[in-house]
Design a protein around this ligand. Structure first.
Ligand code: FES
Length: 142
């Protein structure tokens, strides 16, 4: 029984990853198609997908901004940076701007505490930030 489950997940996860790569997230229609292809109940596909944090169910921005709210960043003003971004982009934590340019997320320590307060935009780390430095940084990401 467990073996069977493992095999099913073995096929399912790469398909979910593939669909997410194409769409940037997992639309319901894509998950239903995967369920049909693998002859699995749709509920099982949803169940597996929601178990893994790597999968997203709403559209994501072209650029993902991760704002560190870990201890070092918090002490050095991370919350102010987060608040400034939240206002500037007009989205809440986890939200995506209407033009799909940015997704904003708060995260715990991203391992660059010496540069606190830190954000990551896609794979780039930006440190020693002030709220005033943010518009110039954001402008680099179309
Ligand atoms: S607490 Fe922010 S990078 Fe470590």
């Amino acid at each position: 029984m467990l073996e069977k489950y493992r095999e099913e997940r073995g096929a399912l996860i790469p398909l979910l990853q593939g669909a997410q790569e194409i769409y940037g997230y997992l639309p319901g229609a894509a998950m239903e198609r995967i369920a049909r292809t693998l002859r699995l109940p749709a509920a099982q596909v949803y169940g597996v997908a929601t178990f893994y944090a790597q999968f997203h169910f709403t559209p994501r921005g072209r650029h993902v901004i991760r704002v560190c709210l870990g201890t070092a960043c918090h002490v050095r003003g991370g919350a102010r940076i987060f608040e400034a971004l939240r206002r500037q982009l007009g989205v809440e934590d986890g939200g995506t701007t209407a033009d799909l340019r940015y997704t904003l997320e708060s995260v715990a320590c991203i391992g660059a505490c010496g540069l606190a307060p830190v954000i990551m935009i896609d794979d780039d780390t930006h440190g020693r930030l002030t709220p005033e430095s943010l518009p110039g940084i954001l402008a680099r990401y179309e």
